[in-house]
Design a protein around this ligand. Sequence first.
Ligand SMILES: Nc1nc2c(ncn2[C@@H]2O[C@H](COP(=O)(O)OP(=O)(O)OP(=O)(O)O)[C@@H](O)[C@H]2O)c(=O)[nH]1
Ligand SMILES: [Mg+2]
Length: 336
Amino acid sequence: MFVDEVEVDVEAGKGGDGCVSFRREKYVPRGGPDGGDGGRGGSVIFRSSGNEYSLIHLTRRQIWRAKNGEQGYSAQCHGKGADDLVVEVPVGTMIFDRRHNFLLKDLSQEGDEVIVCRGGKGGRGNTRFKSATNRAPREAEPGEAGEFRQLRLELKVIADVGLVGKPNAGKSTLLSCLSKARPEIASYPFTTKHPHLGLVQLDNDRSFVMADIPGLIEGASLGVGLGHDFLRHIQRAGILLHLVEPFPDDNSDAWENYILIKRELIEFDKSLGDRVEVVVITKADIPDAELIKTKFTEELGQDVLLISAATGFGIKQLTEYIYGKIISNCKNENQS
Ligand SMILES: Nc1nc2c(ncn2[C@@H]2O[C@H](COP(=O)(O)OP(=O)(O)OP(=O)(O)O)[C@@H](O)[C@H]2O)c(=O)[nH]1
Ligand SMILES: [Mg+2]
């Protein structure tokens, strides 16, 4: 199961209590106070890791608690501070404070981290309260409570390429043909219920990440169908790969379908309209698919690719073409 939104509570550890104690030793009369300080409570840290792809592991617990600091001891021994609790989440996780509704941190790069709750300070032991007027203090501080927070985590997948298109266009088939990802594939619409990520490896040094999201239909930007919930996953994709089925089973027109999806993307997020888009006609093995490609090329006045995931036709050219676009996109971004 892919989980891309989750609510959790987090609590840092309490600081250890300071200790009240007096040195008692043979031949040392009135040894004075020797209570040590308590140790710091553990903080809770969220860190992004390339090994995580979903937030599912966070749903197992409602509250994530770091350990408490150790109390102070006699002989001026300080209690041990507790280790921080580090929770790993996928790259692209946005962490919100859900009570006050603000973004704490967007963990958009691998290794980014944020302290969501600070551990409580340890209390001072009675040694620290010694003064000229009070040589035998009987007071020590309790450890400070750890911070508590209610969070909402939202994952926005970070892929180089986002697959868009109507249901049944062949998005999942293409992703499974290019990568090790295994999204569900079937001849009915809305087969894919949640996003999938796949690593497309051209050779040893060249690869890119591709995201498959459920098919989009008219009204998707307003929440119709499944795609809407997942449109945000393609918001960060540098390139959109728009797949168009040449002759859909519902007898709809390929060009009208293309325009419809384009409109939904812009309705959802205006900037998606300016995103680099590679238009691909799928199912080239179906008779006359070539005609649809010609029509699209004329209408758009740009390259349109034709592929068949079933026969492998045009697949190698497609990956090379996408890779070229990613590189030129990076160069443009660096220049601006
Ligand atoms: N003939 C032919 N059929 C294909 C090709 N690629 C995909 N299909 C078929 O098209 C149907 C839909 O494919 P999917 O990959 O599930 O389509 P999708 O775009 O992911 O669909 P949703 O997940 O519903 O949005 C399946 O029955 C596939 O076998 C192709 O190149 N040629
Ligand atoms: Mg699919």
